[in-house]
Design a protein around this ligand. Structure first.
Ligand code: 2BA
Length: 114
């Protein structure tokens, strides 16, 4: 990385989408690190990808995120949700958005490689 304005792109996505996105990022020469993570709402495994890039590369990274991470709907039994808990009487499943990506772009104050 050069010494321009650096950005850290933080991407939270499903595991399956994250694998494809990692491949796409690396093939195009963007550095990326994948961390296993867990969603607080669904308690499912997901993946967090960190990619430190130049400010003028952020749009290209976001284009790849949009093409690899597609949102869809799933119906989850209400008992599986943390705020209802076990022992809740059965009722209609709840529609929840899964897949897709949550993206934060933050300024990097300092970058060092030792
Ligand atoms: P989870 O917290 O497990 O949330 C999974 C999906 O459940 C969310 O998808 C959303 O569609 C739904 N959901 C979450 N909280 C909800 C609520 N209080 N009521 C109704 N539905 C709710 P996404 O929004 O695409 O988020 C996917 C994952 O991204 C989240 O997994 C979480 O791990 C992360 N995430 C989302 N927003 C975040 C934020 N502001 N800060 C940090 N992590 C975030």
């Amino acid at each position: 990385m050069k010494n321009g304005q650096l950005k850290l792109v933080i991407i939270i996505s499903s595991d399956a989408d994250a694998d494809r996105l990692m491949k796409a990022l690396i093939e195009r020469g963007y550095p990326a690190t994948k961390i296993s993570s867990t969603g607080g709402f669904l308690h499912r495994g997901n993946a967090t990808i960190l990619s430190g890039v130049e400010a003028n590369e952020v749009d290209q990274v976001l284009t790849m995120v949009r093409s690899e991470c597609h949102a869809r709907s799933e119906y989850i039994p209400v008992q599986a949700l943390p705020f209802f808990g076990e022992g809740t009487a059965p009722s209609e499943p709840v529609e929840v958005r899964v897949g897709g990506a949550i993206v934060f772009v933050v300024n990097v104050e300092q970058f060092e490689k030792t």
